[in-house]
Design a protein around this ligand. Structure first.
Ligand SMILES: Nc1ncnc2c1ncn2[C@@H]1O[C@H](COP(=O)(O)OP(=O)(O)OP(=O)(O)O)[C@@H](O)[C@H]1O
Length: 265
C-alpha cells in the first residue's frame, strides 16, 4: 500500500470505433473517499468504471491501484499487457457492482458470496462461509442464504451482489448504476446498504442517476460530459453552485428548475 491515492486515473482514453467514450479522464480517489459520478447518458460514466475494473482495455493514459499500474507491466523498457491471471488478481482487489446484478443463477445466495473468496483468494471454505454469512447479515439477507437468486426481488439480488463484491475485501468498490434496473420501490433498500458502506469508510466510486443520493453520499462529485470530466467538486459546489451552464442544464432535468441562460458555455 502506498501513501498516495487508492486509485489514480491519469488522462485515460478509450475509443469505440471512431467514437471517444473517454477523452482524457483523470481522477484520484483517496482512502475512505466516496466519489459519485453523474452526467448525461453516453457521457462515459460506465466506461470509466469498466476500464478501472479492466473489463475494457484503454487506448491511452494509465491507471494505478495503490501505486501499482493496472493492466500493464514494464518489460525491457516497454509496456506490455499483463497476463490474464495477473489482471484477475488486480481485478480481485476491486469490488464491482453492476446494474444487472450478474449473480450466478444456478448457485445459492450463499455460494454466490463464498465462491470468489475460495477460487480467487484461496480462502479456507469454512472461513469463506462464515465471512459470507457475516456479509449477508450486513446487507440484511442472512435469512436467505439458501435461496436461489430467482427467488429474490431485484433489490435483494443487488444486495447479494454487494455482499459478493465485499467478500474479497476490496480496496475500492465500483458501482455502475446499481439501482437503474430496479423497480422504484426497491431502490431505497439498495441505497441504504451503499450509504452504510460510505459511513463505514469504504472507498468507492458510484455511477448513478439518483441525484439526491449522489449528493448526499459523496465526499466529491464528478460531472462527466462527452467523455471528459466537465466539473468536479464537493456536493455543495456541484449541486448548489454549479459552475458551468451545461451542468446547470443537466441538473435542471432532475429538479425541474430552469437554468439561467448564459451566452458562453
Ligand atoms: N461496448 C461498446 N461498444 C461500442 N460503443 C460503446 C460501448 N460501450 C459504450 N459505448 C459508447 O461509449 C459512450 C459512453 O458510454 P457509457 O455507457 O460509458 O455512457 P454512460 O455515461 O454510462 O451512459 P448511461 O448513463 O446511459 O449508462 C456511448 O456513446 C456509448 O454508446
Amino acid at each position: 500500500m502506498s501513501d498516495g491515492p487508492v486509485l489514480h486515473v491519469r488522462d485515460v482514453r478509450k475509443r469505440f470505433g471512431g467514437h471517444a467514450a473517454l477523452d482524457g479522464v483523470s481522477l484520484d480517489v483517496h482512502e475512505g473517499e466516496v466519489v459519485t459520478v453523474i452526467g448525461p447518458s453516453g457521457s462515459g460514466k460506465s466506461t470509466l468504471v469498466r476500464c478501472v475494473h479492466q473489463l475494457e482495455s484503454i487506448d491511452g493514459g494509465a491507471m494505478y491501484l495503490d501505486g501499482e499500474l493496472l493492466g500493464y507491466e514494464t518489460h525491457r523498457g516497454h509496456l506490455r499487457p499483463l497476463p490474464d491471471r495477473r489482471v484477475a488478481a488486480q481485478r480481485s482487489r476491486m469490488g464491482m457492482v453492476f446494474q444487472q446484478f450478474n449473480l450466478f443463477g444456478h448457485w445459492s445466495v450463499l455460494r454466490n458470496v463464498v465462491e470468489a473468496q475460495v477460487a480467487v483468494h484461496g480462502r479456507d471454505p469454512a472461513e469463506a462461509r462464515a465471512e459470507a454469512l457475516r456479509l449477508l447479515e450486513r446487507v440484511g439477507l442472512a435469512g436467505r442464504a439458501d435461496a436461489h437468486p430467482r427467488m429474490l426481488s431485484g433489490g435483494q439480488q443487488q444486495r447479494v451482489a454487494i455482499a459478493r463484491a465485499l467478500a474479497t475485501n476490496p480496496r475500492i468498490m465500483l458501482f455502475d448504476e446499481p439501482t437503474s434496473a430496479l423497480d422504484p420501490e426497491l431502490v431505497d433498500e439498495v441505497l441504504s446498504v451503499v450509504r452504510d458502506l460510505a459511513r463505514g469508510g469504504m472507498t468507492m466510486i458510484i455511477v448513478t442517476h439518483e441525484m439526491s443520493f449522489a449528493r448526499e453520499v459523496a465526499d466529491r462529485c464528478v460531472f462527466m460530459e462527452q467523455g471528459r470530466v466537465a466539473a468536479t467538486g464537493t456536493p455543495e459546489e456541484i449541486f448548489d453552485d454549479p459552475s458551468s451552464p451545461r451542468l446547470r442544464a443537466f441538473l435542471s432535468r432532475f429538479t425541474g428548475k430552469t437554468p439561467v441562460e448564459e451566452s458562453t458555455s
